[in-house]
Design a protein. Structure first.
Length: 319
């Protein structure tokens, strides 16, 4: 496992982060097994959210059952997700979600706290102020935004600098070999594709930690989807992948990834994950959703796979 650092947190952070969005449907036994396998593989960082059903509670029960101290892990959780179409990026809602997450995780402090969405109508100053209040109170260490436009992150950090406050030290957008043509859920932000080159350049210049999600494009790089079978899928997760990624340019990327996977003797998903992790100018920590111990180990293997800039360019553009 490879590790990196995020400003504001003294612990090393594993470059791969185990996602827990589906823990509620898996239940305790299977979720415990996945966290056991993650920790054994060196994934010490777990991504959760107040919006992810019982995932925070399951993490807390696992730590208690295994005798694992929070100091042995890096816990990332998110708050301020909209409910019933109502945005909740307000000081009151941020505080409510944070306090509930602390209770549900059964911890005194959250290592990495991320706002699940943004609301451009709320002045960034109000958001930065309340996050700094919780930071000073010792409830959160490093913090940032998930699905925030780079311009809003810039504005938040400009406000923090002007008022001598702690800034965002991480951002959590989608990033994948596949371009996200349509957002899979309302309010999602991606930095994939040439149209987002300026955003990636700014993150690179800042060396800001990027907690990227959906490296595998929601299962698009599983190899299950073809141009001709899209109407045969019925699950909500598959529908989301088709909505966001099942477009001609991405099918061409998929075909190039399949060709490279065959040449290198790895899976297509490993190529897709390696593409993300080989963006050497970006400080990336990728959230992965391994559903078995074998998948988790395959993700770790992909982390060791080196792709040249030329190979990454060919995967993306064919040139």
């Amino acid at each position: 496992m490879k590790y990196g650092t995020i400003n504001g947190l003294e612990k090393p952070v594993s470059r791969l982060i185990q996602g827990t969005a589906r823990f509620t449907e898996l239940g305790d036994e299977d979720s415990f097994a996945l966290m056991d396998a993650s920790l054994e593989a060196g994934l010490t960082t777990f991504d959760s959210a107040r919006h992810y059903g019982n995932s925070e509670l399951i993490i807390a029960r696992w730590m208690q059952a295994r005798g694992i101290s929070p100091e042995q892990l890096v816990l990332l959780t998110k708050g301020a997700h909209p409910v019933a179409g109502v945005t909740r990026v307000t000081p009151k809602d941020i505080t409510t979600d944070l306090m509930e997450s602390l209770e549900r995780l059964n911890v005194d402090v959250i290592d990495l706290y991320v706002l699940h969405r943004d609301d451009p109508d709320v002045p960034v100053g109000e958001i930065v102020d309340v996050l700094n209040e919780h930071h000073r109170a010792g409830r959160i260490k490093a913090f940032g935004g998930s699905n925030w436009m780079v311009e809003r992150v810039q504005a938040a950090n400009a406000y923090a600098t002007e008022h001598n406050l702690t800034p965002f030290t991480m951002s959590s957008p989608n990033y994948s070999l596949a371009e996200q043509v349509k957002p899979p859920w309302e309010g999602c932000i991606s930095i994939s594709g040439e149209q987002n080159a300026d955003a990636r350049a700014w993150y690179a210049a800042q060396n800001m930690a990027l907690i990227t999600w959906s490296s595998g494009a929601g299962g698009f790089f599983s190899g299950r989807f073809t141009r001709d079978n899209l109407d045969t899928f019925s699950s909500d997760w598959d529908a989301v992948a088709i909505l966001a990624y099942a477009y001609e340019a991405n099918f061409q990327r998929l075909e190039r990834a399949q060709k490279m996977a065959t040449e290198k003797g790895v899976t297509v998903f490993q190529i897709a994950l390696a593409y993300v992790m080989n963006q050497v100018n970006l400080n990336i920590f990728a959230i992965t959703g391994g559903c078995t111990a074998a998948e988790i180990q395959a993700n770790v293997t992909a982390l060791e796979l080196t792709l040249s800039p030329e190979e990454c360019s060919w995967l993306n553009t064919g040139a």
